[in-house]
Design a protein around this ligand. Sequence first.
Ligand SMILES: Cc1cc2nc3c(=O)[nH]c(=O)nc-3n(C[C@H](O)[C@H](O)[C@H](O)COP(=O)(O)O)c2cc1C
Length: 183
Amino acid sequence: MKVFIGYVSLSGNTEKMAVNIRNQMMAVGCEVYMERLDTVEVDTLKEFDLAFIGLYTWNQEGLPYEANEFYEELDQADLHGMKVALFGAGDLSQPKPCGAINILSDKMKRCGVAVYSRVLKIDKEAPAYDMARKCEDFADQALDWGSKRKKWRFLIWNRMQNNPKYQKTAYLIRRALDDYPIK
Ligand SMILES: Cc1cc2nc3c(=O)[nH]c(=O)nc-3n(C[C@H](O)[C@H](O)[C@H](O)COP(=O)(O)O)c2cc1C
């Protein structure tokens, strides 16, 4: 499975999320290519089975300036059926946090891209462990959505993780399963 990760980040939080997602995708055996969004040719996304796109938000009304070209190029590329999962860091105390992600999501949907219904938004103050865990979980779920991977693994994992009694066991099982990557 070929996975693309594109992101823009100023103070580093979205970049850390991208790195966490990359690590998780590599751990389950995906072929991962990661690049900053301002240098990406939109057309290259077609070469991938799944893309993660991450943006920071500095102004609710707009995209980060480094993502403008990518945003404009979406009109020219034929990305119908392309699967994309969106993520980013922001200030979750705001009424509409991570607004840039919503702007990109709307545009991608208009261009025929299949956008994963779950979006990962992480607060700028989130502890590193919490961020890593959420990114791993998100990456796995997005992969499950974007691939033909069997659902049972994810369902069991999700149920266990939601029960504090089984959280540690679930984590250990997950680590063990990671030793048997699914391509
Ligand atoms: C000037 C400024 C404006 C910001 N505006 C928003 C905003 O409108 N919405 C939001 O969710 N977060 C906002 N934030 C929080 C940033 O998104 C947050 O610091 C995030 O970690 C930046 O991502 P990065 O570390 O990947 O650059 C703002 C931060 C700054 C410094």
